[in-house]
Design a protein around this ligand. Structure first.
Ligand code: FBP
Length: 520
């Protein structure tokens, strides 16, 4: 049973760029191959010279029946169901007998050929709804030869013309490997990636933003604004709010611009631990002099990974734990300096740093209680200054990942899905869908299919050098960061808090259709 708002959202009609209205009147134009370094060409033998393609008006094209498979990979991001809706509407516009197949629980469904046909009724039940629950998702990666072969068997059995992988940096890296594998096997299938992640760390010159970021940030900003108002009213607590976002601080930056809290830590500034603790303690002391014993402090989930001394420790632990399962033995293998850092941390944090790695061999920052760790250290520093504070800690993460998508994400995702249908029709493979100028009017959106390999670099993963799409971190030269840097001094002592309020779906377009502030 849907809530009244969910029901109302089912009938929202996403707006798309005019070129996507009639797919029979557009085609894709190649732009020239990417010039990849030799090291990548040797790995992507069949797909290293793929072209970038841009959508163009064309004379009427007759569509053929398409069978397209889709899966969700990684964490939820609001708008995923609209990618499926756009795909469905796109392929059935191309040919009314086209079929969309959803693989159950991510790549696992592809490997095991567990899937279901997504017909009009199924798609209509999730239009403009949050979550990925229509088909589920997982972090399963296709890694072994057997898994690649199982995926091949599935796409042959299902007679897929295209496979759409809706995922983040690692899932799109996986999509590039699948495209290469299928091409080497002589399969004529398009593998198409869609940039998904609330973290917004999957970006390039062409990919302006990943979907889900806008809705998640609007949800967190509403809650931060509410807490600011509470702090301003009760005047007794310091709220430490950790925000999801894995490594990059894009979410913290966006929320800071929307809510103007007293302090926001940005991991990419790479401050040492002592410096961070001093900055927070100084803020509390200065505010106390003004009679203000309250405040709001934002910290990104990935902060701990960027603190230089802890970063070194984590990198080494990731390498050791890729081979060593006994955590005590792993600690013994650390150098003297890293051991000293490790044992200087609270026991709980030590345990969290040793906890199970994600499927890519990285520490799971969502499970590290950095906010509590900082509260403890700041408390000790304040004690030395004969000061006290009343901290409250929060973690805003999962509550923003499956919310109803904002109009921005609903439109953006639907456009990505429809564009994906066109890319499938044009048989282009190994590409990720990219839309530029998304904060401008729809007519100005530029749609490009970019070879995934052109986004790749080499990184150490689980102790080995691997080609991956590098995570896009906050650029300390970007206009959004510079604006934040210019404003934050004034937010420390003056309570310039802004309360964005709940995400709006009805009313003034300025409020309902706004794009992320960091894009403006
Ligand atoms: P994706 O990159 O897969 O979209 O996931 C993002 C994220 O929400 C991070 O912000 C967070 O650190 C992580 O997922 C949490 O992972 P899990 O869902 O496995 O707990």
């Amino acid at each position: 049973m849907l809530s009244a708002l969910q029901q109302k959202r089912l009938s929202y009609k996403p707006s798309v760029p005019p070129l996507l209205n009639d797919l029979s009147a557009v085609s894709l134009e190649p732009d020239g191959p990417s010039n990849l370094p030799d090291k990548l060409c040797k790995i992507f033998v069949k797909t290293h010279d793929l072209h970038k393609h841009t959508i163009k008006k064309s004379r009427k094209v007759d569509g053929r029946k398409l069978i397209v498979g889709a899966l969700f990979s990684g964490g939820q991001a609001p708008g995923g169901h609209n990618v499926l809706a756009g795909l469905f509407d796109g392929i059935t516009q191309i040919h009314p007998h086209s079929r969309l197949i959803g693989f159950i629980d991510g790549a696992g469904g592809l490997i095991e050929n567990k899937c279901k046909t997504l017909d009009a009724a199924a798609i209509d039940s999730v239009r403009n709804q949050g979550g990925f629950d229509l088909i589920g998702a997982s972090r399963i990666k296709i890694e072994t030869e057997e898994q690649f072969e199982a995926a091949e068997k599935t796409v042959r059995e299902q007679r897929l013309d295209a496979l759409v992988i809706i995922g983040g940096d690692d899932s799109n890296t996986n999509a590039a490997f699948l495209a290469e594998f299928f091409a080497a096997k002589g399969l004529s299938i398009s593998v198409i990636g869609v940039p998904k992640t609330i973290d917004a760390d999957l970006r390039s010159d062409e990919i302006e933003i990943s979907f889900g970021f806008d809705s998640a940030c609007k949800t967190y900003s509403e809650m931060i604004g509410n807490i600011e108002r509470d702090a301003l009213s009760s005047k007794k607590y310091y709220h430490f709010i950790k925000l999801m976002g894995r490594s990059a601080s894009h979410i913290a930056l966006e929320c800071a611009l929307a809510t103007c809290p007293n302090l926001t830590l940005i991991s990419e500034e790479k401050r040492g631990l002592a410096q961070i603790v001093k900055e927070i303690a100084d803020l509390i002391e200065e505010r106390k002099k003004l009679g203000k014993n309250y405040g709001v402090i934002l910290l990104p989930e990935g902060l701990i990974e960027f603190i230089p001394e802890i970063k070194e420790l984590i990198t080494l632990l990731n390498q050791i734990l890729a081979k060593e399962t006994d955590t005590d033995a792993a600690v013994k293998q650390l150098g003297e300096e890293q051991k000293a850092v490790f044992f200087s941390l609270p026991e709980k944090i030590q345990q969290q740093l040793l906890s199970e790695r994600d499927p890519h061999g990285n520490v799971q920052v969502a499970k590290i209680e950095t906010e509590l760790f900082l509260i403890e250290l700041v408390g000790k520093e304040l004690e030395q200054r004969n000061l006290k504070f009343n901290p409250v800690h929060h973690y805003f993460g999962y509550e923003g990942r499956a919310c109803l998508p904002s109009n921005f994400d609903a439109n953006y995702c639907y456009a990505l899905g429809k564009f994906g249908a066109l890319v499938a029709r044009e048989k282009v493979t190994g590409v990720i869908l990219a839309i530029q100028h998304v904060s401008r009017s729809l007519a100005e959106w530029e749609l490009t299919a970019v070879p995934i390999v052109s986004l790749m670099d080499f990184e150490m993963r689980a102790g080995k050098e691997k080609p991956v799409i590098a995570k896009a971190l906050v650029d300390l030269e970007s206009p959004a960061y510079l604006r934040f840097a210019q404003k934050r001094g004034g937010w420390k002592l003056d309570d310039a808090y802004q309360m964005p309020g709940p995400m709006q779906f009805f009313g003034d377009a300025e409020i309902t259709d706004s794009a992320p502030l960091t894009l403006k």
